[in-house]
Each structure stands twice: as structure tokens, then as C-alpha cells.
Design a protein around this ligand. Structure first.
Ligand code: ATP
Ligand code: ZN
Length: 624
């Protein structure tokens, strides 16, 4: 019944392709569980699942294949078992392993029709990306943070750089030119799944004034007097003295009161006095310590059950005093333990440190009231101050289904209609998409030409450099370098390495090496060449120590060439990408982009040596 309705909606052709395909799912976490269920229910014939982790209690709220009794068991194995119940006919294979292990080599990747990434870290994503590009297998990359999701098809259709299409040109519309639809991701943003959402830790300024700045540091304030700034300096001095006085009262009963009065009374009175600031906005409130103290006399300290509700002003005051007391004691203790050589001890904010979180919550709430802003619960403060981005089950579910929709395009070889899909909550539409992009000549990932390098156990670096790269590809041995994942093994200053065996240099079966052309004086350098090593145990008759099929290695053009007319005449059909279009480019996005790039920007791009597209988890760095 289910199978027949799928056939009716997808058609016989696609249904057959789905049934006959063998796919790999990397990661059985939030997206992975959803995706596995989708793949199995859609009728994918063979699904291999790999995950290195075991199930944790905290996974259960969204990784719905897992139940309490599965805790501590390998994710991949449990996911396989549970998904099998959905579709007993499906062929499932599970690996409790790291996808970065050598055993999962290029040859193994080549056995799949599609690879789905459902990972949570940069290193593994980047690794799978490289393996898929080397294996020539389409990769469907996905990721979520909070309400945002992204799905992207990555496939190198042709490893040739096409200078007429800039990296940013939308190739989805170029239906009549499938040969340039090299569907590799765009650097800067879209090798990355997400802009960096890394944790940023701010010490609230009140806290840093009390617990974070040593007296030495403060003494460094420039106190040189002159007529112009005399008044300002006098004020600064006064302020410093006041703070010192307050700090000196730390440990006494008056400390919390002194801090409160300074921050919420004195400073706010002064701020209210700056009339010009409050013409358009409501002036801050002054909180009167004695009043709040009185009304909170019989109020208890909010306990841990009160984490999820907003505290009253009285409760915030009680918490303010209590947490300040706890922090003061901690600082005093640190000061007592300090030897003369130690730096002045400080306390820093950590969302998992209850004392600091209590203090920040209470202080932020008092301050919010001063500025007529709503208060937040301790729970919400922890999310905000700790920059915690929640994993949301529905985002994962939507993202996983978008992955499956993209896989249909891949299976039908309809890459010109495949999309990079963005799921977002802000903005007019939840789902936006763009076409795939052409490779960027300056991007180390997508302009690279890849091939297999067949080597015998006795092959030397010289066999590679002088036996293959120079005669077969025309590299100038004085203007090139070769590196492995461990580092450079050859450049013109490293001729000593030439007689060494490749295996001695770490160039062994299933490893990778990159050849970089540095000859930019005589001509445009070639794009990078990446080989994966296939070791031949038995050298065959007449075979050379190092062999490789002939590859066409284009050069990185520094000067743009005129775009081909049919590229420029294609109209823009990209739906829902309004937000991403730049102003003035809306009309003809595709050709506008090409024209603009050719006119100005691509020359600039051509000079970039390193393309950095984000440095946080989820992003991918590309060294050219
Ligand atoms: N190198 C790797 N090889 C195999 N599986 C991996 C690798 N790196 C990460 N994973 C798996 O990818 C999955 C990512 O899923 P998800 O982002 O939901 O992570 P999680 O660890 O389950 O959840 P959270 O990070 O929110 O606690 C995890 O199950 C993780 O074990
Ligand atoms: Zn790229």
C-alpha cells in the first residue's frame, strides 16, 4: 500500500532508482535519525549507517529512534534495528565507527550512489566532502542550528574550472549548459554550513568591574593632566575611587547595598540627567535600594524549581545579594591563596557556574527593569548568556526531508535543478533556495583536480616528480610543492627527499597528497592536483613505479575572460532567494552576477590566496 502510493507520486522510474540505490548515511544523531526513517520509508534499497557514538540520555528528546533502554548502546546499531521495523524489506548495514578511519577509503565510498552527511563537526564534514569528491559520489550535506537548517548537494561534475562563471553565479538556471554545472559549494559561506555561531562570552560590565579588573590594570589609566581634560580626569578619578571604595567593602554587610546603589541609583540618576538622550526613548528608572529592601524582607531566595519562571523584583534583589555574597567569598578565598607571584585572581562568567549565573540573571533583570525591558528566567538567561543554541526536533525533521527531496534530483541526474536549501524562521518564507554554484578558481576545494595515483611499494618521490609530474603533466620541478596531510614532502629546497620511498614519507595506501603549482611567473599556475594513493602490491609487467591516468589540469586564470553569450542571456528563475540577492542585482541575477564579476570582481578574486569561510564548528576552512 505504502509502496504503491510512493510509486504513484514519484513515478515508476524514480521509484525504481530509489529501490536500486545504495546510500551511506554518516551520523545517526538529530538529523540522522530523521533521515534514516525517511530513507527507509521512501524505499531506498540499501542504507549503510555509520556513527561513532553511543546513545546518551540527552539525545532522547529528538533522536526519536532511541529509547531509554538504548542508553549507552551504539547509535548506528540501534538506529539500524529500529529502522528495520519500519521496512523489514530494506537492506541496512550499521557501523559503530569513525567515518575518518582509513578502512572507509575512496574505493568504499565509490560503492555508494549517494552519501548523506548528518554530522555535527567540521573535521568529519570536511573529510567526507573530500572522500566524496575523490570518489565522484554526490554528497548531500545538511546541518541545523536552532531554527536554521541547510541542505546542499555537492558534486563535482567536471573538475574543470569554467572562468565564465564566477563562483557566485547561479548555475541552476543554465539548463542548456549542463557541462558547467559543477555543483560544488561556494566558499566564504557555503562550504560552511553555517556562519560561525560560536560561543561568545561576555562578562557583564558590572561583574568585571567588581571581580575582573585588578588594581594594577586600573592604575594604568592615563592620568596626565592638562587644562582641556582636567575635569574629565577628575571625574574618572572620582569614579575609580568610588569603585575602589565599593570593592573595599567586599565581605562586609554593606557590599551588596553599595554595589546596588552605585549601579541602579547613582548611575541611573546621572543617566536620567542627560536630557538629550531621552527625547525619543523613555528615561531609565532609578531603583531605590531601601524601598526594594523593605518590600523583599520576607521574600525567599528563588530555588532551583524557579529556574523557568521570571522572578519578581524582590526575588531578584534577594538573589542579587545572595549571589554577590557567594562570589565575594570565592574571590576572597582566591585572594588569600594567592602567592605574591600569582596574578590578581579574577572570577569569570560561566553559564554552568551557578553563582555567576545567579548573579548575571538577577543583575540583568534589575537592569532590564530600569530600562523598561521584560525580565527573563534563569533558564533563558543561561541560554542567552551561554549562547546555547537548542537542537530543535522539527528543524531536524524538515531538514532531513529536504535532504531526501534533493536526493531525488541527484538520482534523476537532474543536478541543474538541485538546490542549496535554507530553512529559516526570520524572513518572509521558511524555505529559501538557490541553485548550485560553479567552482571558484581560487578555492582549494572546488577547483582541485582529483585522481588516483597508483604506486608500487618501492616507488620513490623521484619516480613521482621526475617520472610523472614533470614529463606527463609538464610541471616545473623548481616551481612546485607536494604535501601530504602531515606537511610538505617536496619543494625545490627539499631535493634530499627525492630518493626516499613514498611510503617513508607517509604516502601510503589510501592517503592523499596535493601538488601545488607555484609557477606564477612564466604563466598562470595550474589549479591544485589531489591524488589518493592506490598501492599496487604486485607490480605488473612493464608497469612504472608511479602511474596515473592523464588528467586535464586547467590553470587558474587571473584575468577573467568574456562570458559566453548564452550564459549571460539566461534569465533568473531562482525562487525565494530575495534575501540573498544584493541590491541592484535583482533583475537578472544570473547574468547580472556574471557581468559584474567579469567587469570587476573576479580579477580581485583571482588574487586571493587563501579563502577563509568561517572558523567555527560547522564551517569549512579552505587553504588554497
Ligand atoms: N567522525 C564521525 N564518524 C561517525 N559519526 C560521527 C562523526 N562525528 C560525529 N558523528 C556523529 O554525528 C552525529 C551528529 O548528530 P547530532 O548533531 O544530533 O549530535 P549529538 O552529539 O547526538 O547531539 P548534540 O551534539 O546536540 O549533543 C552524532 O551522533 C555523532 O556521533
Ligand atoms: Zn569551493
Amino acid at each position: 500500500m505504502r509502496a504503491s502510493s510512493i510509486k504513484r507520486s514519484l513515478g515508476v522510474d524514480l521509484t525504481t532508482k530509489i529501490k536500486e540505490s545504495r546510500v551511506l548515511l554518516v551520523g545517526a544523531g538529530g538529523i540522522g535519525c530523521e533521515l534514516l526513517k525517511n530513507l527507509v520509508l521512501t524505499g531506498f534499497g540499501e542504507v549503510h549507517i555509520i556513527d561513532l557514538d553511543t546513545i546518551d540520555l540527552s539525545n532522547l528528546n529528538r533522536q526519536f529512534l532511541f529509547r531509554h533502554e538504548h542508553i549507552k548502546k551504539p547509535k548506528a546499531l540501534v538506529a539500524k534495528e529500529v529502522a528495520h521495523n519500519f521496512q523489514p524489506g530494506a537492506k541496512l548495514e550499521a557501523y559503530h565507527a569513525n567515518i575518518m578511519d582509513r578502512q572507509f577509503n575512496v574505493g568504499w565510498f565509490q560503492t555508494f550512489n549517494i552519501v548523506f552527511n548528518a554530522l555535527d563537526n567540521l573535521a568529519a564534514r570536511r573529510h567526507v566532502n573530500r572522500m566524496c569528491l575523490a570518489a565522484g559520489v554526490p554528497l548531500i550535506e545538511s546541518g541545523t542550528t536552532g531554527f536554521n537548517g541547510q541542505v546542499q548537494v555537492i558534486k563535482q561534475v567536471r573538475s574543470v574550472y569554467t572562468p565564465a562563471l564566477s563562483d557566485e553565479a547561479r548555475t541552476n538556471d543554465i539548463r542548456e549548459k549542463p557541462s558547467v554545472t559543477t555543483a560544488t559549494p561556494k566558499p566564504h559561506q557555503n562550504h560552511s554550513l553555517f556562519a560561525p555561531f560560536g560561543p561568545r562570552r561576555h562578562s557583564p560590565s558590572i561583574a568585571s568591574q567588581l571581580f575582573g579588573v585588578s588594581e594594577d590594570e586600573e592604575a594604568e589609566l592615563d592620568m596626565t593632566e592638562n587644562a582641556d581634560n582636567a575635569e574629565e580626569i577628575a571625574n574618572l578619578k572620582k569614579e575609580a575611587d568610588t569603585l575602589k571604595e565599593i570593592r573595599d567593602s567586599m565581605g562586609s554587610d554593606d557590599f551588596a547595598k553599595n554595589v546596588f546603589k552605585k549601579v541602579f541609583e547613582t548611575d541611573m540618576e546621572r543617566l536620567r540627567g542627560l536630557d538629550a538622550m531621552w527625547k525619543e526613548r523613555e528615561a531609565p528608572k532609578v531603583l531605590v535600594f531601601d524601598e526594594l529592601q523593605e518590600s523583599s524582607a520576607s521574600i525567599n531566595l528563588p530555588n532551583s524549581n524557579a529556574d523557568q519562571r521570571e522572578w519578581s523584583m524582590e526575588e531578584n534583589l534577594v538573589m542579587f545579594k545572595d549571589s554577590l555574597d557567594r562570589l565575594s567569598k570565592r574571590l576572597k578565598e582566591l585572594q588569600l591563596k594567592k602567592t605574591p607571584d600569582d596574578p590578581e585572581p579574577i572570577l569569570t562568567f560561566d553559564k554552568d557556574d551557578e553563582d555567576t549565573l545567579d548573579f548575571v540573571t538577577a543583575t540583568a533583570n534589575l537592569r532590564a527593569d530600569v530600562f523598561h525591558i521584560g525580565r527573563t528566567s534563569k533558564f533563558d538567561t543561561k541560554q542567552m548568556a551561554g549562547n546555547i543554541i537548542p537542537a530543535i526536533a522539527t528543524t531536524n525533521a524538515m531538514t532531513a526531508s529536504l535532504c531526501v527531496l534533493q536526493s531525488f534530483k541527484v538520482l534523476q541526474n537532474d543536478l541543474s535543478n538541485a538546490k542549496i536549501v535554507f530553512l529559516e524562521r526570520s524572513g518572509p518564507r521558511a524555505i529559501n533556495s538557490e541553485g548550485l554554484r560553479a567552482p571558484n578558481a581560487t578555492c582549494g576545494v572546488c577547483s582541485t583536480v582529483r585522481g588516483a595515483l597508483s604506486v608500487t611499494p618501492s616507488a620513490t618521490l623521484q619516480d613521482l616528480v621526475e617520472g610523472v609530474l614533470e614529463p606527463q603533466f609538464g610541471y616545473n620541478t623548481q616551481e612546485m610543492s607536494i604535501s601530504t596531510d602531515q606537511g610538505v614532502v617536496y619543494d625545490p629546497d627539499m631535493e634530499d627527499n627525492l630518493p626516499k620511498k613514498l611510503s617513508e614519507l607517509g604516502i601510503t595506501n589510501d592517503s592523499f597528497l596535493t601538488v601545488v603549482d607555484q609557477d606564477d611567473i612564466n604563466q598562470d599556475p595550474r589549479v591544485n592536483l589531489e591524488f589518493w594513493i592506490v598501492e599496487q602490491t604486485e607490480p605488473t609487467e612493464g608497469s612504472k613505479p608511479v602511474m596515473v591516468q592523464t588528467l586535464d589540469i586547467p590553470r587558474r586564470k587571473k584575468k577573467p575572460v568574456t562570458p559566453e553569450p548564452d550564459v549571460a542571456s539566461v534569465t533568473n528563475g531562482a525562487a525565494g532567494t530575495g534575501k540573498r540577492k544584493r541590491e541592484g542585482e535583482d533583475e537578472l541575477l544570473t547574468n547580472g552576477h556574471v557581468a559584474k564579476k567579469v567587469a570587476g570582481e573576479s580579477a580581485k578574486n583571482g588574487d586571493e590566496d587563501v579563502v577563509v569561510i568561517g572558523d567555527d564548528e560547522g564551517a569549512i576552512l579552505i587553504d588554497d
